[in-house]
Design a protein around this ligand. Structure first.
Ligand SMILES: Nc1ncnc2c1ncn2[C@@H]1O[C@H](COP(=O)(O)OP(=O)(O)OP(=O)(O)O)[C@@H](O)[C@H]1O
Ligand SMILES: [Mg+2]
Length: 322
């Protein structure tokens, strides 16, 4: 059941290229500042980082959009940024990666959400965050919904909620009507009403939280069943880190899909790859189990790379063959 034939994978990959996916939600910019430390500052008891290299990558919803694009799909991104250099940088990166910027609402009073990691000799020294959470205003909501309606229909919509304010109840209620396939990467601390979605892709902790059973070692299987009963998505894809994922659907037993990664270097951002691949596959006519298996293989590819990474069709093919 967890196996797909080569012909089937090729058929779905070919279909990915025809799918146009809207990714919407909390957009971020990730920065990595690499250097080395050889001395302590004379000014304060802190290490001095001598910078060797800077890297910037799209983060949050922008990383999900980049993952859709990398898999061959057409990605259109809508989010909110500040009026600052980080916003310009983000736009440039998206252009380079072939992600279409549908609309980035600009707010002079909010910074573009950014996370800078200072890394010395492969070790993170500290992270510097810039963010101010503010709920999407009714005017902003109307603007986004107006934009989406003005476009030709999207094959799917991915909503990325990182709890920074873009995804409000009013926004979610309006956006979920605008495509046949609508998936959500949820932030359970938000206590939104989550009915009427095609699928949700919480990780293990988020699944427990959504079921109202926070705490590390809870029974995720029971929690998944509870979330399915409570919000009635067609599918619930609960990701389980090194244990892979579990697909819950109404009326059938959950299907557990173990990981396929052989070497693991960096698991950050694997959740973004999962929702990108899962949604693209569903929009391309994959069955729920096929879509889950494909997303698990795509995640297996990205955890084997350093930095928030993406998966290309040829890498997915190779991962299936291995
Ligand atoms: N240690 C690991 N070994 C192998 N595969 C992994 C590992 N961690 C994650 N994965 C793969 O990545 C998928 C998503 O991982 P996870 O459940 O950690 O999502 P997440 O917490 O949302 O991640 P993030 O928020 O960092 O993007 C898993 O379903 C699995 O396929
Ligand atoms: Mg996640």
């Amino acid at each position: 059941m967890n196996k797909l034939s080569r012909i089937r994978v090729e058929k779905l990959l070919a279909d990915f290229r025809k799918r146009r996916v809207l990714v919407v939600g909390d957009v971020m910019l990730d920065q990595f500042i690499y250097g080395s430390v050889a001395r302590i500052s004379p000014e304060a008891p802190v290490p001095v980082l001598e910078v060797v290299r800077d890297e910037w990558h799209p983060g949050g919803a922008a990383n999900t959009a980049r993952n859709v694009r990398s898999l061959g799909g057409q990605a259109v991104l809508v989010g909110r940024v500040g009026k600052d250099a980080a916003a310009d940088q983000l736009r440039a990166l998206l252009r380079e990666e072939g992600v279409e910027v549908g609309d980035l609402l600009m707010r002079a009073d909010l910074p573009t959400i950014s996370k800078a990691r200072l890394i010395a000799q492969h070790q993170q020294l500290c992270r510097v965050d810039r963010e101010r959470c503010a709920p999407l205003t009714p005017e902003e909501t109307a603007k986004v919904i107006g934009f989406v309606r003005s476009q030709r229909k999207f094959d799917a919509i991915i909503v990325c909620d990182y709890g920074k304010g873009f995804v409000t109840q009013a926004f979610l209620d309006a956006i979920k009507r605008l495509a046949r396939v609508v998936t959500l990467d949820p932030k359970p601390t938000r206590s939104l009403r989550l009915g009427g979605l095609t699928a949700m892709t919480p990780n293990r902790a988020e699944t427990l939280q959504l079921a109202g059973r926070p705490g590390g070692d809870g029974d995720w299987r029971a929690a998944g069943e509870a979330v399915l009963r409570k919000w009635r998505p067609k599918m619930l894809l609960s990701t389980l880190g090194e244990h892979g994922m579990c697909l819950f659907q109404r009326g059938t037993d959950p299907v557990h899909i173990p990981t396929v990664a052989r070497e693991v270097f960096d698991v950050s951002g694997a959740g973004d790859t999962v929702i990108a691949a899962f949604t693209l596959a569903l929009a391309s006519g994959a069955t729920p189990v096929e879509a889950a298996v494909i997303s698990n293989h795509a995640a297996g590819v990205v955890v084997g790379k350093l930095g928030t990474a993406t998966c290309k069709p040829e890498e997915l093919r190779a991962n299936f063959r291995a």
